[in-house]
Design a protein around this ligand. Structure first.
Ligand SMILES: *[C@@H]1O[C@H](CO)[C@@H](O)[C@H](O)[C@H]1NC(C)=O
Ligand SMILES: *[C@@H]1O[C@H](CO)[C@@H](O)[C@H](O)[C@H]1NC(C)=O
Ligand SMILES: *[C@@H]1O[C@H](CO)[C@@H](O)[C@H](O)[C@H]1NC(C)=O
Ligand SMILES: *[C@@H]1O[C@H](CO)[C@@H](O)[C@H](O)[C@H]1NC(C)=O
Ligand SMILES: *[C@@H]1O[C@H](CO)[C@@H](O)[C@H](O)[C@H]1NC(C)=O
Ligand SMILES: *[C@@H]1O[C@H](CO)[C@@H](O)[C@H](O)[C@H]1NC(C)=O
Ligand SMILES: *[C@@H]1O[C@H](CO)[C@@H](O)[C@H](O)[C@H]1NC(C)=O
Ligand SMILES: *[C@@H]1O[C@H](CO)[C@@H](O)[C@H](O)[C@H]1NC(C)=O
Length: 461
């Protein structure tokens, strides 16, 4: 099952990430710091280009399950492969991007690139560390949404030479025939992308409805796209991992995102803030990075006041992999088999005599009930994930359960295995369902992640 992403060539040719923002004043004059904000568009949102108002709850649930399955396979392969390293600068430049954002619940963000600017809609991924977009001339580009960025028509485009100190310090460096830096990404499903690494100016919106131009942003210009997927109206991937080329590093060392009710197609306040304007609020927990992913220390899980008895070893990162990863591209949360069964047992004891269990022979591990999450779980105790340092994620029923059909719902937490499989190391992934109603902030220098329970609307002023 675990097909490891293969060859990846990536290089950069400048050590100077001087992403000095040139602010273009908005109509109103204000002295508040400008925030680089991008709206995050969930797959189920009315703003998503693939939004289909005729989709039923079960259509959406099936799509989310397909997306989660491929994401899990991808992350498990990566977690196993990721090696320990203290050196963020080198090892994590080893960019293996995420699964191409098609069916998954990955969020899309928009910004513009070049002069004249061309609007982009990219999948936001904390699991990879390169921004790449489709570029002309292009083999097999997805022709939606048009137009595709044409570097030859942009006044601000600059090629990167592959002859540089930084490049020489990176693990994988590739020169094309013009001595330009080039990249190639192979995805787990056999899709791949290759092209050149270049520099361009990006245009972001700000919190006060102005724009900010960021010159000299290093990005991948993808000229060859090979994918079996039909495309999902995205134009690229924005990596926010810890690698040196990550936008999270080019714009400073911080970013934050706030997620509200992802089941609500009209919820309009999900957003991403890049750079120093990120909202670092609430309790924090230290993170470690392996292979560009963010790993945290989960100390325990409780339901209501009751702390579950779970061997902490199932959450530990070992030299064989495993650990607890925070992910922006997984819908559900995945827990090590032992932690999953412990949680599922408590939940089923609670439900006993209240709701009827509903079983699906094809997905027998799932804990599902006949009922409606928003109607039948009033008074259900919250489930809390306790992280090192006092940070917590509190999951109310709408973060813990997923409505699958009009009258049936399941736990949005899955086991990493079925217990009898041979799994080398337990895998835990905190997905976006569990991050609903939270602002999640990353400080890459201090290596801290902050969780603050908040209505995202309050952060967009
Ligand atoms: C992408 O957008 C185009 C037009 O905006 C639309 O016709 C097409 O169906 C969309 N693609 C998908 C996969 O929904
Ligand atoms: C949704 O259904 C209506 C009525 O059946 C139909 O006219 C419309 O084309 C459908 N929209 C999409 C995007 O499939
Ligand atoms: C985001 O997309 C909208 C709609 O296409 C567009 O009007 C807006 O200018 C875009 N934002 C940026 C920063 O490009
Ligand atoms: C970038 O390099 C390509 C060849 O790889 C060349 O055709 C193009 O003109 C260059 N662009 C600029 C702005 O130098
Ligand atoms: C690469 O850099 C070295 C040292 O800076 C220089 O001597 C050489 O001419 C450069 N080669 C190219 C192709 O730019
Ligand atoms: C972009 O970086 C290059 C090389 O470091 C530099 O020469 C150029 O002035 C920079 N451009 C801007 C607009 O900052
Ligand atoms: C880039 O992709 C195209 C099409 O898949 C392929 O023909 C070409 O050899 C690839 N280039 C590199 C450098 O891998
Ligand atoms: C979330 O959205 C769903 C679908 O619109 C709605 O039924 C539910 O009440 C919302 N939850 C909250 C807490 O607003």
């Amino acid at each position: 099952m675990a097909i490891v992403p293969a060859l990846v060539y990536f290089l950069l040719s400048s050590s100077a990430f001087s992403a000095k923002a040139i602010g273009i004043p908005a109509a109103s004059t204000t002295t508040r710091p400008r925030k680089l904000v991008a709206k995050l568009i969930h797959r189920d949102s009315v703003l998503h280009p693939c939004h289909n108002p005729n989709e039923t709850i079960s259509d959406r649930a099936e799509r989310a399950i397909r997306g989660s399955n491929s994401r899990l396979a991808y992350l498990q392969a990566k977690m196993k492969e990721a090696t320990f390293s203290e050196d963020i600068q080198t090892v994590e430049d080893d960019i293996r991007a995420s699964v191409i954002p098609d069916e998954g619940t990955i969020f899309l963000a928009n910004f513009s690139i070049g002069e004249p600017p061309v609007v982009q809609l990219v999948g936001v991924d904390t699991g990879s560390s390169l921004l790449w977009i489709q570029c002309l001339p292009c083999t097999n580009c997805l022709h939606r949404p048009a137009p595709i960025f044409d570097p030859a028509k942009s006044k601000t485009f600059a090629n990167l030479s592959c002859n540089s100190t930084l490049c020489n310090n990176l693990k994988r460096c590739q020169c094309d025939q013009f001595n330009h830096a080039s990249f190639k990404i192979e995805y787990e499903d056999g899709s791949n992308t290759n092209g050149t690494i270049a520099r361009e100016q990006l245009v972001f919106e700000t919190s006060d409805e102005g724009i900010v131009i960021l010159p000299n942003v290093t990005f991948g210009c993808g000229h060859n796209i090979q994918t079996r997927q039909s495309g999902g109206n995205w134009t690229g991937v924005m990596g926010l991992g810890t690698g040196i080329a990550s936008l999270a590093r080019q714009f400073g060392s911080k970013f934050s995102y706030c997620l509200g009710n992802i089941s609500d197609p009209f919820y309009n306040y999900n957003h991403l803030i890049l750079g120093e304007g990120a909202e670092l609020e609430g309790y924090s927990t230290p993170f470690e990075t392996f292979d560009g992913h963010y790993y945290v220390t989960l100390e325990g899980i409780s339901i209501g006041e009751k702390k579950l008895e779970i061997d902490p070893d199932v959450f530990a990162r070992t030299s064989d992999g495993g650990g607890v990863l925070i992910d922006s591209g997984s819908t559900d949360t995945t827990l090590a088999y032992e932690a999953f069964t412990s949680l599922a047992y408590e939940i089923s004891s609670f439900m006993d005599g209240i709701l009827t269990r509903s079983r699906d022979e094809d997905r027998r591990w799932e804990l599902c009930y006949n009922g409606v999450v928003t109607r039948d779980l009033v008074g259900f105790p919250v489930v809390t994930f306790h992280f090192a340092g006092g940070a917590e994620l509190v999951l109310d029923p709408e973060s813990l359960f997923h409505q699958r059909t009009e009258d049936r719902f399941c736990m949005a937490v899955d086991p990493d295995s079925l217990g009898n499989d041979y799994v080398v190391t337990p895998t835990n992934i905190i997905g976006v369902m569990a991050q609903q109603n939270y602002n999640v902030a990353y400080d890459l220098d201090k290596k801290l992640i902050y969780f603050q329970r908040i209505d995202c609307e309050l952060l967009i002023d």
